[in-house]
Design a binder for this molecule. Structure first.
Ligand code: AMP
Length: 315
């Protein structure tokens, strides 16, 4: 029985940087205006099922304090979160019938434009690090302040791949594990075949690569070969926003919980299980708008979905 519990050892905690946002979203199932979102939010809520976190990010004075309490109560340390004068990051996006492809209508960086993260003293020893979707130079700036990270994961998106390609390529050199959408993998690699894309991207830095394929699951590429994980077929999918970051939260949460470190590159069985935990967590996010459903999920419900995965893939 897979049992999901939280590691309390501070050496297994994760430092995460990324966006905290207001999102305005339209999907075939409806719309939501200025709901809470952002890569760091989805990631850390998801990873908090497995371990404690240290968050690095910035919000404006318009960001609700009650939500910060929600994060704190889940073991997410907010000492590295700056509350600045100005407005919180705002993303406006929509999805057509293909829920795997978000169309960005507007990105207002707002307070992120002048963000210069300075890690609190007790953050610099972090061993597990997630550089979430945000300006690539900020991802590097956070990394450069760390003493000795053992596993660095990164997520990015088309906005940065096309808008700040050179800077993103620089950041990729320091990354051990990259999680990226299929469409973005083609964009980044400038290839049109998934094997070629994976080969090209792994040469850019990441030893392990996970290509997310939305409702079709995820592919893991390492020196040991390829692992293909399905997504859980769901009867209700309302809003795929945040699925990728929630997925990354499950993956990194599990790896940090197991203190997997360098070992993942010798034998990728831990990484394979991590991909399933990522898929389990993402399955909750997409069932409702924002992270409403993820917040009401229990470890027991997540364990049950893990069992469903085992049953679905055994033959
Ligand atoms: P995903 O998991 O890929 O669906 O990411 C969803 C989250 O990414 C949303 O909650 C957005 O607020 C956030 N987001 C969208 N565009 C950007 C961007 N350019 N930089 C950072 N975060 C973004």
């Amino acid at each position: 029985m897979a049992s999901i519990n939280k590691a309390t050892d501070p050496r297994r905690s994760i430092l995460a940087v990324g966006s905290l946002a207001f999102d305005s979203i339209r999907t075939p199932a409806g719309k939501a205006d200025r709901i809470l979102g952002g890569s760091a939010n989805y990631f850390s809520i998801s990873a908090s099922f497995f371990t404690n976190l240290k968050l690095v990010g910035i919000v404006g004075q318009d960001f609700p304090r009650e939500h910060l309490d929600v994060l704190s109560k889940r073991g997410i340390d907010l000492e590295g979160l700056e509350i600045a004068k100005g407005e919180t990051f705002h993303w406006v996006g929509e999805y057509g019938t293909d829920l795997n492809e978000a169309k960005t209508l507007s990105t207002c960086l707002n307070v992120f434009e002048h963000f210069n993260p300075k890690l609190p003293g007790n953050y610099v020893d972090s061993r597990y690090v997630f550089l979430g979707n945000i300006v690539p130079a900020l991802q590097r700036s956070v990394y450069n302040q760390l003493k000795k990270p053992v596993l660095v994961a990164l997520d990015s998106m088309n906005f940065w791949i096309t808008g700040q390609r050179e800077s993103l390529l620089e950041t990729l050199k320091i990354v051990d594990l990259l999680t990226i959408n299929e469409g973005e993998a083609y964009l980044l690699s400038e290839q049109s075949n998934i094997l070629d894309a994976a080969k090209t991207i792994r040469k850019m830095g990441p030893k392990a690569l996970i290509i997310k394929r939305g409702e079709y699951g995820a592919l893991l590429f390492t020196d040991n070969g390829i692992f293909s994980a399905p997504a859980l077929p769901l009867s209700t999918v309302k809003d795929p926003t945040g699925a990728g970051d929630t997925f990354a939260g499950g993956v990194m949460g599990y790896l940090a919980h197991e203190d997997a470190g360098e070992a993942i590159f010798k034998d990728d069985s831990i990484l394979r299980r991590a991909v399933i935990y990522g898929s389990v967590m993402a399955s909750f996010t997409v069932e409702d708008f924002g992270f409403t459903n993820l917040l009401r999920t229990t470890a027991k419900a997540a364990e049950e979905r893990y069992q469903q995965f085992l049953k679905m893939t055994r033959f």
